[in-house]
Design a binder for this molecule. Structure first.
Ligand code: TEU
Ligand code: CA
Length: 550
């Protein structure tokens, strides 16, 4: 299966490469960097939305699914991107955002008229006793309903007020989605990353249980109606093409995830869950708590063993940078580089399809903005408002926003040390991180000891090992700092097992491998984050090693 043995790379077009000097990344910019992506060892690109959009949520609010945002280029540019990627053996998956459209989408504009055949494309309700139709709250820490003067009713919107939710009880909406899928598959797409795909079907609009998080979610998360739609899209469209889907499934637990992605059910091919990135967070991703490596191994093991196939990711356009989150960039910056390599070794020795997010391969860090005005992320602004209401003091609000803001991942890609980091000739739409002279692609390309070259080396190791791609995941040991696990694959012909052992140090101390596991490390390290060639039973600070036991 090509989508199992390739590494994927996520591009957030707005921040990847600007080609025409307007400070916004674009499709010709992506085309100009395909060789760099290829060199990394990548075989799939996930492209965040490039569709026509008023950009209330950076393109996740689509006003025409079959047209390109003029900021990013034209349909001809997009066709060229498919062709140029194909020449390099790279397949592209599109971002499918179908829980909601933009309020500027033609369907919604027509829907505002109660007599229109489009009325039922969205979820309209009158208020209840002069109040909102129910007590739900949305994902941007806000109410979930918006009043429309023209209609005299409220529409449901779980995200921004410019992102009205579609009504999946209406079979016409599902037919429209099939047309969109077909349109892009015919153009050359090889699949879809499906935005918030486990919440599209709203079973009821009853009041939700009181909650500090997303109130009302029990009425629409991973519902039977949702499963049915996924099977229908698979049967009627997706199965006719050589393509795959990866669902973004919010607040998903393992049981739901299995129902959504077990192959026999013919729904999604794999999915993004959030558990592993929340081991040091409370209330989803917002409030920090102490990191413990033991907890991380526990969560990773649960998902690695629990699902038939995993989508593996440590970063995306909604998450802080991994080297700032689990790595040393903020805790002990002298180990920034080694910890980034250790995390690369970690991600690329897990079972599943790995997704690398732009900039991760050079160890880009969280932003260095100093106040809320420098931020663009609607979610950070929503969080600040909510925390203000709860009388949380300013310094705490800012600390939590800094740790969680989606803009951490959205600052422009750092290509070289010229002004604006080689991303653009003009002032970019979002500030460039001040560390771009130290952290950039061009300098790492030349440096054999760089994070970039470590990613390339790891990608090559993985590519040549069925064991690292498909092998069983076996947890061995963990404490507050150290994680040890193995990957094992039975070789059907020789009846011999192929085994690798991996150890990771999440601290600035030297850690000793406990005596009873030392024998697992007697082989020669295939690769280590510190570059150390011999392994003497201790891991250097923030080091990671991969040993072959075969
Ligand atoms: O994200 C879903 C979403 O709600 C995330 O912001 C999520 O709440 C958070 O990461 C949980 O930890 C998707 C897109 O990835 C995001 O960019 C969009 O804003 C959102 O859907 C709406 O389309
Ligand atoms: Ca541009």
């Amino acid at each position: 299966m090509w989508w199992k043995n390739r590494i994927a790379y996520q591009i957030y077009p707005r921040s990847f490469q600007d080609s025409n000097g307007d400070g916004i990344g674009d499709i010709p910019g992506i085309i100009s960097r395909l060789d760099e992506i290829k060199e990394l060892g990548v075989g799939i690109i996930w492209l965040s939305p490039v569709y026509k959009s008023p950009d209330a949520d950076n393109g996740y609010d689509i006003s025409d699914y079959c047209d390109i945002n003029s900021k990013f280029g034209t349909m001809a540019d997009m066709e060229k991107l498919f062709a140029e990627a194909a020449k390099r053996g790279i397949r592209i998956i599109m971002d499918l955002v179908i829980n909601h459209t933009s309020d500027e989408h033609e369907w919604f504009q027509k829907s505002r008229d109660p007599a229109s055949p489009y009325r039922d494309y969205y979820i309209w309700r009158p208020g209840k006793n002069g109040k909102l139709p129910n007590n739900w709250t949305g994902f941007f820490m806000d109410k979930a309903w918006e009043y429309d003067e023209k209609s005299g009713e409220y529409y449901l919107r779980l995200f921004d007020k410019k992102q009205p939710d579609l009504n999946y009880k209406n079979p016409k909406v599902i037919e429209e989605v099939k047309k969109i899928l077909t349109f892009w598959l015919e153009k050359g797409a090889s699949g879809f990353r499906c935005d918030v795909i486990n919440i599209i079907y709203k079973t009821s609009l009853e009041d939700g249980k009181k909650s500090l998080s997303v109130q009302g979610i029990e009425h629409y998360k991973s519902q039977e109606g949702n499963h049915k739609i996924l099977r229908e899209l698979r049967r009627d469209v997706l199965d006719k093409y050589d393509c795959f889907t990866v669902g973004e499934t919010v607040f998903v637990d393992l049981k739901e995830a299995k129902l959504l992605s077990d192959e026999s059910r013919k729904e999604l091919n794999m999915l993004f869950y959030f558990d592993h990135l929340e081991v040091d967070r409370r209330i989803a991703q917002f409030i920090p708590k102490k990191f413990r490596a033991r907890k991380l191994l526990e969560v990773i093991t649960k998902w690695q063993q629990g699902l038939e196939w995993n989508a593996i990711y440590f970063e995306n356009h909604d998450q802080p940078r991994i080297v700032s989150h689990f790595g040393a960039a903020e805790k002990d910056s002298k180990y920034w580089k080694r910890s980034a390599k250790m995390l690369a070794l970690f991600e690329l020795t897990l079972r599943g399809t790995p997704f690398i997010y732009q900039g991760q391969e050079i160890g880009m860090t969280n932003f260095d903005f100093e106040n809320l005005n420098e931020l663009n992320d609607a979610m950070s602004h929503g969080l600040d408002k909510l925390m203000k209401k709860l009388c949380i003091p300013g310094f705490l609000r800012w600390n939590w926003i800094k740790a969680s803001s989606r803009d951490n991942a959205r600052t422009p890609m750092q290509w070289d040390e010229s002004e604006y980091a080689g991303f653009s000739k003009a002032k970019p739409w979002l500030g460039v991180n001040g560390n771009y002279k130290k952290i950039n692609y061009a300098s790492q390309k030349k440096d054999p000891d760089s994070i970039l070259n470590f990613y390339k080396a790891m990608a090559a190791v993985r590519k040549n090992s069925d064991c690292l791609i498909y092998g069983e995941f076996i947890p061995i040991y963990a404490d507050n700092r150290l994680i040890i696990y193995q990957r094992r694959l039975k070789n059907k012909e020789s009846q011999k097992d192929e085994t690798y052992t991996i150890a990771l140090n999440f601290s600035s101390r030297i850690v000793k491998i406990p005596g009873k596991f030392l024998s697992l490390f007697s082989g020669i390290p295939v690769i280590s984050a510190s570059g150390q060639k011999e392994f003497n039973g201790s891991l250097l600070p923030w080091d990671g090693v991969l040993v072959s036991n075969t």
